[in-house]
Structure formats: C-alpha cells, structure tokens
Design a protein. Structure first.
Length: 215
C-alpha cells in the first residue's frame, strides 16, 4: 500500500512513514530519548505495524534512532563525542565539496542555490526555524550535487540524515543564511580563493555552534 505524492508518483507506506518520522526527528518535533513504540506509531499514522517496523529499521541504519528490545526504539541522543566525530567528517568533505561546486558550477545549479538561499533568508527573517534549517540543509545538498562527484555523493548519502541533524544544531538562523548567501555568490563567480575562505569560516562557526549545544 502507499499514496500518490504531489509529483504524481507512488510512495509506498513504509517510505512515507520513514520520511515523516525522519522529518519529525530532524525538525525537533520528536526529542532525543522520545519513545517510538510500533503499536502507538501505527495508530497515530493510520497504518499497520509493518511499515512502522520497516521505517524504524531504516532510521536505525541512518543513525537517528536507537533500537530497544522487542517492538520499540528511542530517538537517538547524540553525545558530545558523536558531535565531534560528525564535525571531523564534515571538515574532511565540506571544503572539497564547495571547491568542486565552484569549479563545476552550471547556470541551473547556481539558480538552485540562489533559490534555496532566498527561501532560507526569508524563513530566518520570519523566525521560522524549521523552514530555515531545512533550506540550509538543502543548500548543502545542492552544493554536493553541483560538485559533480558521484563517489562524494554516495558517501554523503550514507551520512545524510546525521549531517542534516548536525547542520540544524544552531540558533542563529540569520548568520547561517547570510554565510550561505556569500558562499553562493562566490560559487557563482568561480572565485576559488574566496570559496575556500568562506567555507573554512562557515565550517568553523558550525563546529562551534554544534559543540556549544553538546558540552
């Protein structure tokens, strides 16, 4: 069973449930330590327990959920060590990603970045944290796409959910949006030196904000 998406494609129930639970965790609607009980989730979402069970398996594999015995789990509580590990991985990938995006930019890709920055800035000004953080994470994923490296994209896919979580560990919505605006302009101009400088500063600020939340 499943539903039709807005784009007109068919989405299996297990994928819909996975997407909804993932979004709720990343958006903060489900807090670290919250119980995820198959029976309760199935009733809340109006589905059988099978797609819920499948969704929890996926979210465990993505690193967002911690399994418990029998038929329940909890939203993962990331430790300071988890954050440090994620920051180290981000530091290894992100500078390369931004540089490749500037080197391999396309008009279509740059327009996509600009649209995301516009949305992020508008959300930040309105104080809409969920929308701003989603746009910010989408911006980083658009940069990866623009980088044009299939292996880099594959590696990011493994860590995608945890990195989206990491990118949401800040409260200064406007500062992050403005940094993305500057990075977008530097990528569009193909200014590699400026991209390197801005990416390093953006990474350092992100590490500082995430670490401050988990110390």
């Amino acid at each position: 069973m499943g539903v039709m998406t807005k784009a007109g494609s068919f989405e299996p129930e297990s994928e819909r449930v996975t997407r909804q639970l993932r979004d709720e965790i990343l958006d903060g609607a489900r807090a670290p330590g919250d119980r995820l009980v198959e029976r309760d989730l199935a009733a809340d979402l109006g589905v059988s327990r099978v797609p819920v069970r499948d969704a929890l398996r996926v979210l465990v594999a993505e690193g967002l959920v911690t399994p418990r015995p029998r038929s329940w789990a909890v939203v993962r509580a990331f430790t300071a060590a988890d954050v440090a590990n994620l920051n180290e991985v981000r530091a290894a990938f992100e500078p390369l990603t931004f540089r490749l995006a500037a080197q391999r930019r396309t008009d279509e890709g740059v327009e996509r970045l600009r649209a995301l920055v516009t949305d992020e800035l508008a959300a930040a000004r309105a104080g809409d944290a969920v929308r701003a953080r989603r746009a910010a994470a989408d911006f980083h994923e658009a940069v990866i796409s623009l980088a044009g490296n299939d292996l880099l994209a594959e590696l990011h896919g493994v860590l995608r959910s945890r990195l989206r979580w990491l990118l949401g560990q800040h409260d200064d919505l406007m500062a992050v949006a403005e940094q993305h605006e500057q990075l977008c302009a530097a990528i569009a101009a193909g200014d590699l030196a400026l991209v390197d400088e801005l990416a390093a500063a953006h990474l350092a600020d992100g590490q500082r904000m995430a670490t401050a939340r988990h110390t």
